[in-house]
Ligand binder design. Structure first.
Ligand SMILES: [Zn+2]
Length: 478
């Protein structure tokens, strides 16, 4: 006889769950997830104030909070086992400020992840409500902990790799959701390297920016990891260009590396799948985790030099061998096709991999060079300064030959660290991204417009120091 409801002992309360965006508010797919603990260690977050009651609808502060908390927790849990220190650059806990005022942007400034709100044709957009944007910013914080030397490096490729790492972090964090893996494999017929809501990053923020500046972003998102950009020396590129073209601007140039990464990820999935024409979501999960390891290994061992992309790529090819003997040819093929590695460099990596020299290099390569970057004093009268400008140059020692390719397939001789720094600084001033802080002749300053400043000037003995303030996520030109 069935027991009556009256005598039944109370059922255990279900673990509390929360409804959040799966990847971005514009595609608008919602998923139910366990209530996250932002303060969990390692890689804890600190959201000021009391957590709102879960259960709010999209558009409410509660929904925004829990969407950000869930994706940031998931992303940090993905990276944590790959982080040697287990800490953020600012310490054990990282602040998250979900609404710092009006802007179509978000940034990481070594103190917090900062998000904003702004107008769009569909209403007010909150950048912190997009898992794509939140996990991009978190990616900056992760890479800053792994590779703090990149923060101050006056280098196009170092800055662009930071942006790419943000986008790669958004993609890899999204892939930790089973529901998203299943949906993307369905949407793409198992061919991951196709435009999908996984490859299309920050669709909603992209729409809002597009309404103001149509050529500043892709037609269907902020940036797409499916693209056909190939390497050109950023020193030779224009400092700004419409989204359809590559420029030396870090977000623009980042798309080349992100495209190569996404293409390599798709190739690895095909190699891994028991049935290559129909990979499973479990195989996609495994490949995403292997790619996380490969990416961190590549970034860690890479010396901060002018051709940083080639250095990371070479490290990734090498690191991939320990995962699957089928991976190095895939990564090498993608990086050569994109001209991030020259044919000669790719061959050298292979020879090195098979030689005894690799064993000697291996211990240093695991952690990468820790040398501080050289500071040089650049002439700065043309920036409106009456003292030399002190900048950190991409000047770490190189361990082996890695170079990108020119259009004729020959290796590009890397620019000297001083040439690379000068070109980077020229572009920063030309784009109006430097806060003069009152230094220099007012009439000669390049402070036009209301752009978010990424760098500031600080007086020091013997000159004026260029100091980074933040990494932002947007492609806004003004
Ligand atoms: Zn960014």
């Amino acid at each position: 006889m069935a027991r009556s409801a009256r005598t039944r002992s109370p059922a255990p309360a279900p673990a509390q769950q929360v409804s959040v965006w799966e990847d971005d508010p514009e595609p608008g797919v919602r998923v139910t997830r366990p209530l996250p603990d932002p303060a969990k260690r390692p890689l804890a977050y600190n959201f000021p104030g009391r957590a709102p009651t879960p259960g709010g609808a999209p558009g409410t502060a509660s929904f925004r909070y829990w969407t950000a908390a869930e994706c940031l927790r998931r992303g940090a849990d993905f990276w944590a086992p790959r982080m040697p220190s287990g800490n953020w650059q600012p310490g054990a806990s990282l602040r998250v400020l979900l609404d710092e005022g009006v802007d179509l942007n978000a940034y990481y400034d070594r103190r917090a992840l900062n998000f904003f709100h702004g107008p769009s044709p569909s209403g007010t957009v909150y950048s912190g409500e997009s898992p794509d944007v939140a996990c991009h910013e978190m990616g900056h914080a992760i890479l800053d902990s792994i590779k703090p030397q990149l923060w101050g490096a006056a280098s196009h490729e170092a800055a662009a790799f930071h942006e790419s790492f943000g986008d790669m972090s958004a993609i890899l964090s999204a892939l930790q959701l089973q529901s998203l893996r299943t949906a993307i494999l369905q949407d793409t017929g198992g061919h991951l390297y196709q435009s999908s809501r996984l490859s299309r990053l920050a669709e909603q923020l992209g729409s809002a920016i597009r309404a103001q500046q149509p050529d500043a972003v892709n037609p269907d998102c902020l940036r797409n990891a499916v693209n056909s950009f190939t390497y050109q020396d950023p020193i030779q590129l224009p400092q700004m260009a419409p989204a359809a073209q590559l420029s030396s601007e870090p977000h623009s140039f980042s798309r080349l590396f992100t495209g190569a990464f996404f293409e390599a990820l798709a190739g690895m999935l095909t190699a891994k799948a028991a049935n290559p024409s129909s990979p499973t979501e479990q195989e996609l999960l495994t490949v995403s985790q292997e790619m996380g390891d490969i990416l961190v290994a590549g970034a860690r061992q890479a010396p901060v030099v002018s051709n940083f992309y080639a250095q990371v790529a070479a490290g990734m090819v090498q690191a991939s061998a320990s995962k699957n003997p089928g991976y190095p040819p895939i990564l090498k093929g993608v990086f050569v096709r994109r001209s991030i590695l020259s044919l000669q460099a790719a061959t050298t990596i292979e020879a090195l991999h098979q030689s005894v020299a690799a064993a000697a290099i291996a211990p240093a390569a695991a952690t990468g060079p820790t040398d501080a970057l050289d500071t040089v004093a650049l002439p700065a009268a043309h920036y409106g300064l009456d003292q030399p400008l002190l900048v950190e140059t991409p000047s770490q020692p190189r361990q082996y030959f890695a170079a990108s390719a020119a259009a004729d397939a020959s290796s590009v001789d890397p620019a000297s660290s001083i040439t690379a720094a000068r070109a980077f600084v020229d572009d920063l001033f030309r784009r109006g991204r430097v806060d003069y802080k009152g230094i220099g002749r007012p009439e000669a300053r390049l402070e036009h417009g209301q752009r978010l400043r990424t760098h500031e000037l600080v007086r020091e003995t013997g000159g004026v120091r260029l100091r980074r303030l933040l990494f932002d996520c947007g492609l806004r030109h003004s």
